[in-house]
Design a protein around this ligand. Structure first.
Ligand SMILES: [Zn+2]
Ligand SMILES: [Zn+2]
Length: 215
């Protein structure tokens, strides 16, 4: 059996209480010294409520302790002792269960802590990624804006080039026609009916005189 305070296995001498609990001698004297209470049921304990017991009594005790006691009392005492033993086993089981539950809870808490840590890491990584995505989106937006501008500039330059091409073609054809006419036979050149601006200068002067007179 185990002490109900420190849960160490008790051997030899121990103390049983009237409230049905068992203590090692060290814990029993500690409780008595501090005017303390039973660790299981909180009953305030005094020396009169505690009884020393021998957990492993010798043969002499076994043979003589109950000698002279009537079978009725003996059976009653045996029943009480067995009930005490069962109570102790139940307490031990409860203690073990509590310990297992506490260990399990501790493990769960440690796992939860780790899980929370991992979750935070994942969340941080996700936030970083989201930020990067946002930056990339902005970059894409600015690049597409640049692209649009470049396309517009390209279209404008193409228009200008087309115009220049047209001008070039026009000039070229003009040049070709001038060149063609320059290369034609001389008879054609002289056959043109050009007005002779210098032949009738006298007439112009006369006309000027006429205008002056009229005014
Ligand atoms: Zn103890
Ligand atoms: Zn008690």
């Amino acid at each position: 059996m185990r002490c109900n305070a420190c849960w160490r296995e008790v051997e030899g001498r121990a103390v049983s209480t009237t409230c049905g609990h068992l203590l090692c001698t060290e814990d029993a004297s500690k409780i008595l010294g501090n005017d303390g209470a039973c660790p299981i049921c909180d009953q305030v304990l005094s020396k009169s409520l505690m009884k020393p017991v021998d957990i492993n009594p010798n043969d002499e005790w076994v043979n003589m302790a109950m000698a002279g006691v009537s079978p009725q009392i003996l059976m009653k005492s045996a029943h009480r002792s067995i009930m005490f033993y069962i109570g102790q086993k139940e307490l031990e089981m409860q203690f073990k269960m509590n310990r297992i539950v506490a260990q399990f809870r501790q493990k769960c808490e440690a796992m939860q802590e780790k899980f929370t840590e991992k979750l935070e890491q994942v969340h941080t990584a996700y936030q970083k990624m989201a930020k990067r995505c946002q930056m990339m989106e902005q970059e894409i937006e600015s690049l597409s804006k640049d692209k649009q501008e470049l396309q517009e500039k390209f279209a404008e330059k193409s228009r200008q080039k087309r115009k220049l091409d047209e001008m070039y073609d026009q000039l070229r054809s003009e040049y070709e026609s001038v060149k063609r006419s320059a290369l034609q036979p001389a008879t054609n050149f002289y056959s043109r009916n050009e007005p002779d601006l210098f032949s009738n200068q006298a007439n112009i002067l006369d006309n000027r005189e006429a205008v002056r007179k009229a005014s």
